[in-house]
Design a protein around this ligand. Structure first.
Ligand SMILES: [Zn+2]
Length: 86
């Protein structure tokens, strides 16, 4: 971290709900190196419950900095994307 900014991150595409669909289907999750379905950015705590989620198998969390404030990026993986390697 430090003052190197966050290369690779775009400030665009974030709606009022703090969800960013960056159309990054060809990219890999920085946490588990697995393709992900969508990314969201959060600047406060929230509850995640995937026990009964039919679409997503898991969500990885990556801490990032935006405008000097801590945020967390969520990488949503579908059951198909996690699939056989987990
Ligand atoms: Zn992941």
């Amino acid at each position: 971290m430090g003052d190197a900014g966050d290369p690779g991150l775009s400030a665009g595409g974030i709606d009022a709900a703090g969800v960013a669909d960056e159309d990054a289907a060809s990219e890999l999750c920085p946490v588990c190196s697995t393709p992900y379905d969508s990314v969201s950015l959060h600047d406060r705590g929230l509850l995640v419950n995937l026990l009964d989620n039919e679409r997503y198998r898991r969500v990885c969390f990556e801490p990032v900095e935006r405008d000097g404030r801590p945020h967390v990026r969520f990488f949503h993986h579908t059951h198909e994307q996690v699939g056989a390697d987990d």
